[in-house]
Design a protein around this ligand. Structure first.
Ligand code: ZN
Length: 265
């Protein structure tokens, strides 16, 4: 069973044909974790998970949105209730790439992202749920992963996925040591700028990797340039298999085992 561990079918990019895209997932037996990045998309991810077999949800406020709306823990706690289809908290973490607030310094923005991230960590711990992490470096600020790992260590967090990892081997090892899994996306299928990540995939143990599309973004080859969708997770699995010199079936099987361990799906 193929699993796409991180997609955004709750985004407006799917407003026109969401049902069709979901139907395709069901027909091809692809399970999907839809990830909220604000309160509205979190709620939609949850309602999709309630409505459709094979869909699950995580809820949270993406670090690029921390100035767009307030992260009120009670709102998110209310959604969790007894909802079994919520399998994680996030996406949350640090994003130093989209520092939109020009009137604020990096220190201020980082402090705000940290405040929100720590609330996610607490929410995850209170509900015994894993974290769906996002970390992205900026042009000059290169410590997104280091800062996330520090927060995980400080807060004794041991379960979750860094969904689109693009850091160093040392950073990947630190996540793994902390109990986290390394998220691999369609970037590994790109013909340019993917060498470092491809090398990382060769080196990482298969039992610590989880593949995910980040739909509608990061569309893998051979569909690059078009909108991404969860069924394209197949192409990421095929590329992992090729890079590691193992069978496609083995990648699919191990990915499902890893998703079960982290998200219990
Ligand atoms: Zn995402």
């Amino acid at each position: 069973m193929l699993i796409d561990a991180h997609a955004h079918l709750d985004f407006e990019a799917f407003d026109e044909d969401r049902e069709e895209v979901i139907k395709k997932c069901q027909d091809q037996q692809v399970k999907v974790i839809n990830v909220g990045s604000q309160l509205a998309t979190s709620k939609l991810a949850v309602s999709l998970a309630q409505k459709y077999e094979g869909l699950f949800a995580t809820i949270g406020l993406h670090p690029i949105h921390v100035y767009d709306e307030e992260f009120k823990v009670e709102d998110y706690q209310k959604i969790i209730g007894t909802n079994k289809n919520i399998v994680g908290i996030g996406e949350c973490g640090y994003d130093y790439f989209y520092l939109k607030e020009k009137d604020k310094s990096f220190i201020e923005i980082k402090a705000k992202q940290e405040e929100v991230f720590l609330k996610h960590i607490q929410l995850a711990k209170d509900n015994s749920l894993p974290l769906m992490l996002h970390g992205r470096n900026g042009e000059t600020q290169k410590t997104a992963n280091i800062d996330i790992i520090q927060a995980l260590v400080d807060n004794d967090c041991h379960q979750g996925l860094i969904h689109c990892f693009d850091g160093t081997k040392e950073e990947a090892d630190s996540y793994i040591q902390q109990g986290f899994y390394i998220g691999i996306t369609g970037i590994i299928t790109f013909t340019r700028k993917a060498e470092a990540l491809q090398e990382l995939v060769r080196q990482l143990p298969l039992d610590k990797m989880i593949i995910n599309t980040d739909s509608p973004y990061l569309t893998p080859e051979p569909h690059r340039g078009k909108r991404n969708e969860p069924v394209y997770v197949e192409f990421i699995a095929r590329q992992v298999a090729e890079l590691k010199g193992i069978s496609y079936d083995e990648v699919v099987k191990e990915n499902a085992i890893n998703c079960k361990k982290v998200f219990n799906i």
